[in-house]
Design a protein around this ligand. Structure first.
Ligand code: URA
Length: 210
């Protein structure tokens, strides 16, 4: 089992994260860094994936060699910023099944409202990795994980780039069975729900919008 919370302190991850935080980092650089960092985070979140073996022949003799069964993995992106993490992980595990969850925050109730939900089938037989760069209030993340559970998922992990203590608490209260992997835990959320010091709006920085 992964720990409840894993902070990936590897120098490459921390270095790239610092570059991403800087306000003058361009959209193109931000996107490139996010792709690179997602490969490194994927390494951590895919620890202990169930393995299978396949019969191969080396130049010397046949052997039963270990492989990941990509079909047993579901990657679920929380739109839209989740797609930045998704792309890198898919490069490493191209056979993974992919789902998308779209949620927006109701301005009055501040609760997440679902506008899109397309999940792979047979989630009960897969390891699901939910991806969203920013674990802020945790409301969207907790709602997305609940959608997966309602669809039958049992083995779920959550991958983000930055987390606020508030978001971690919310997730661990709602879903204590879901390990969280992140590159850093920042100080707090501001009044607008942004992670401080953070990196701003991950979607805007990734897609060059305001
Ligand atoms: N979403 C973001 O993109 N940034 C934050 O700081 C919080 C939520």
């Amino acid at each position: 089992m992964l720990d409840h919370l894993t902070v990936v302190s590897h120098p490459l991850v921390q270095h790239k994260l610092t570059l991403m935080r800087e306000k003058d980092t361009s959209t193109a650089s931000f996107r490139k860094l996010l792709r690179e960092i997602s490969l490194l985070l994927a390494y951590e979140v895919t620890r202990e994936l169930p393995m299978t073996t396949k019969r191969i022949e080396t130049p010397l003799e046949p052997m039963d060699a270990p492989t990941i069964d990509g079909k047993k993995l579901a990657l679920v992106s929380i739109l839209r910023a989740g797609n930045g993490l998704l792309d890198g992980i898919l490069e490493l595990i191209p056979a993974a099944r992919v789902g998308f969850v779209g949620l927006y925050r109701d301005p009055e109730t501040l609760q997440p409202v679902q506008y899109y939900n397309k999940l792979p089938d047979h989630l009960d037989e897969r390891v699901s990795i939910v991806v969203d760069p920013m674990l802020a209030t945790g409301n969207s993340s907790a709602a997305a994980v609940q959608l997966l559970k309602d669809a039958g998922a049992k083995d779920i992990r959550f991958l983000c780039l930055l987390a606020a203590p508030e978001g971690i608490k919310r997730m661990q209260t709602a879903h204590p069975d879901v390990p969280i992997v992140t590159a850093a835990v920042d100080s707090h959320l501001n009044d607008h729900g942004y992670i401080v010091p953070g990196l701003g709006d991950a979607g805007d920085r990734m897609f060059g919008t305001k």
